[in-house]
Design a protein around this ligand. Sequence first.
Ligand SMILES: [Zn+2]
Length: 443
Amino acid sequence: MEKSLQPGWLLYAFAGSFIGIFATLMVPSAGIATFAPTPLTSLRDIAVPEPDPATWADNIRDLLRAAETVTVQQGDTLTDVLAKNGVDRTTAFNVVEAVREVYNLKRLQVGQELRLAYDALAGNGTSTPLTEVNFDVDAAHSVTVSRQGDGTFTAKEILAETHKEFARSSGVIASTLFESAQEQGLPLDVLTSMVKLFSYDVDFQRDIQKGDSFEVMYEHTVTDDGKPVRNLDIRYASMTLSGSPLKFYAFKQDDGSYEFYNDKGEGIRKALLRTPVNGAILTSGFGMRRHPILGYSLVHKGVDFGVPAGTPIMAAGDGVIEKREVNGGYGNYIRVRHASGYSTAYAHMSRFAPDAAVGKRVRQGEVIGYVGSTGRATGPHLHFEVLVNMKQVSPMSVKFPSAQKLEGASLNRFRQAKNDTDNMFTSLGNAKSLSNASDTSPR
Ligand SMILES: [Zn+2]
């Protein structure tokens, strides 16, 4: 059933570059997995699918990094910051030399944010070219270093009054989401954020059909004479797949940050992680299979993630450890009880986390044990089960409950904000692109 990897060149380059650069430097965040047969490799992949049952990567949120914001840490020079983010020495040197022309780098502050942009579609499989470094000196004064056609970098100061505006984009998917977004002038970094946003709910390999559509509204800074300077956060995004719309609204929290909710006020962060180990490859799915040791077919009641022995296993969600035992073929086994009738089970552990005792309350992402091959296992892997009312379901297809549901006064405030957002969206014209958005974006 598995189809071999056949992404085009660019797709491979795109994923390869990010994996190459970041895999050794970053601990991926919880719930990120790289499933084997057809990992999502590029925005270009988001297409009307060929019939292909393979499961896509959950980790597109990490893979699709066309632009990122990094923060200057204590003791970092600009060279350090670039090196930490996988920029090669020569490029880093050239960037620093260019910045020096317009800005005294000694004034770089701890906590200052730098925005790095890469040519996400021009990687060569091991690296993705850095195209731009941009940082604010103050609200109306920023420095932008850009790669020129000949590969050198040139820095310029932007000394303009700027303000924030909303921009929108919408389109119908004829072939690929990427193409439609490009036709509508949706900037790549905004598209990337949008895909990340939907990646909890949309299987981008299988779910996109011809005639599906998207809408997005985001903030960007523009100079007072209307030139877009930078794309900021998405405030609203919607995808209509096979006629059913999925809408996400950014809603301001008490601490001033924004979280996304669907139109019913349910948070998009999920109560359970689908993949409770980092760097996992799905080696065996849920359902009937021939058992590699016992030799006959039986129903596989979980999924197996191939990861090296000793890899930390995280609790997939908040809950209470209800079993911690040596459990026959399961070997070292932990089961966690979550809210709403959900449980998760973890088998073949090499060892338990020292404090992972029965009755212990755990938080999502908390380490409860380590990957091993105890019990009936051919090699180190995590056997992971999701149970609904104590019956195993496929962790890859079960619809997980939302982590947070707004209620009462917050729900009322959300509804008001949602109406405001809808009205704002309706009142905006489609922005064409960053370079000419000033022609269409309202003031
Ligand atoms: Zn298994």
